[in-house]
Design a protein around this ligand. Sequence first.
Ligand SMILES: *Cc1c(COP(=O)(O)O)cnc(C)c1O
Length: 404
Amino acid sequence: MLNVQDIRKDFPILNRKVNGKPLIYFDNAATSQTPQQVIDVIVSYYSNYNANIHRGVHSLSQEATDAYEKARITIQKHFNAKEAHEIIYTSGTTHGINLVANGFSSLLKKGDEIIVSALEHHSNIVPWQMLCERTGAVLKVIPMNEDGELILADFDALLNEATKLVFVNHISNALGTINPIEYIIDRAHSVGAAVLVDGAQSCPHLKPDVQALDVDFYVCSAHKICGPTGVGMLYGKEEWLKKLPPYQGGGEMIAEVSFEKTTYAGLPHKFEAGTPNICGGIAFAAALDYMNAIGFENIAAYENELLSYATERLLQIDDLKIFGTSEEKTSVISFNVGTIHPYDIGTILDKMGVAVRTGHHCAQPIMDFFKIPGTIRASFMFYNTKAEIDAFVVALKKAIMMLS
Ligand SMILES: *Cc1c(COP(=O)(O)O)cnc(C)c1O
């Protein structure tokens, strides 16, 4: 069991007021809040051992290098990667996806096929469109049903020998649907295709085991897992990372350089050109330590409780419709009330201290499917409470009254 009142003390931001009202932060799917334990690690880095890594002979540089590489091992263990060099530091999910998409430019030929899901974030659609333009490969889409679930029979029908890559998010940021990635990975492998899973929304709620999943690539962002912005990771199976060419040229990623020929550094440095977000990497590991200390099973159980409670309370409101009604979902609720524009509700909620997201959630194709301009999205983390959900429902009813 998790003691939410104790946990809330770790998050200084949860004490602040917004527009004179206590903050109710329900925009966790966009970014999570940062506990004091992680803030302390960031302050300590800049107060004690800020230096550039991997080059310096001096003590500060060695301390920073040690902490940064130790953090990589924490991340490796968390995701159960076989090797530390299969963990590539990135600036976030978007960077990881682009790194892989760019790498596949040299592996694909005209007529090859890439499959993406209808539930994707824009950052998971645009890089593949660009890849298809560069290579002549063709993009195919796994459709979804009214509950916001992928239609697996249609996925099966799309697979063939031309399929080289499958991209799917583990959990949809717009609807909260948990996708059956085990099935998708298994089927994709049966035709020899590689699979990249976008874990930006899953990593805050569960602990993926990349070896058990047998996934080829897995990406996430630290800022959605109680860490800082501007850092994330790409897991890649060693055999795949060796096949992909480097994404960016620069310092750190080379073995030898001359004007005739440059040889690249080994993994992971081949993909880590330039000075990275050193402090960010160290704080990323601290955030994983923090969440592991609470325990992902406790986190999931508590968040499911918040999800059921909020779903039940919201459905008591007249004309409220929830989008994304899969049995398998996390603590994200996307909804609309009658014909009221989501933006108007969001603005009034903010006046009452409630932070929710409104709009298309970087997933316009999903909104087009439901023929709506957008939704209001409330997303909960383990530091939220039922009392906050009650206050949110009261505020929402007031907003509806003002707008009807
Ligand atoms: C947030 C998010 C992204 C983008 O993450 P960045 O940190 O902005 O790179 C990609 N996919 C999903 C599902 C997300 O929720």
